[in-house]
Write a protein that binds this ligand. Sequence first.
Ligand SMILES: [Zn+2]
Length: 236
Amino acid sequence: MAELFSEVPGRALAIYAHPDDPDVSCGGTLAAWAAAGCEVHTLICTDGGKGTADRALDPADLVRARAAEAAAAADVLRLTGQILLGLPDGELVDDEAFRGGLVAVVRRLRPDTVLCPDPTAVFFGQDYFNHRDHRITGFAVLDAVAPAAAMPHYFPDAGPAHQVSTVLLSGTLEPDVWVDISATVDAKGEAVACHRSQFPDGEEWAATAVRLAAEDAGRSAGVPCAEGFRRLRLGG
Ligand SMILES: [Zn+2]
């Protein structure tokens, strides 16, 4: 039986690799929680500077455009805050420095719920496999949340320890909870459409693609529109 995740966290942090990832992965959930009074932050790890097939496009211009797109999308979803780590796109390394940076943000913002990519989801059917940056971000976030952020001897200079209680993994092959986004699917479509460098086919195309995916997940959840996640309960 499909389980709806209907609790609204007090503070949520969505950590993703590229500027469009939070909106595509969980934009409906972030908007629903923000509307219900949750303090919602996003942390975007890379600058997105390689996200184009156009060789003539200057990566520095693309980085600037993508930062502006992410800011516009955050306004649409009514997020509390957005942090851009600005690491080079496609070059994430799961090392102490990256995890320490994530731990510092988790300890500063003290979210009860963290959202991130499911790093174990690699192959989606026959025509897509998960981007390396998504896989690396997923594993680094999991390791940053537990045990590192919760245990004071990990990264002792990165602020006081903080226990995250729930992790929701998006882009998963094994969803076990669904968030009803029927009221925010249009906002999600609008936020995704802000990323014009990634989705140049226009607002209507983005809105339709977002709605079809949400309706598909909704059929699993028994609601009109949903986003599915794999949930981890870490206590705290
Ligand atoms: Zn991405």
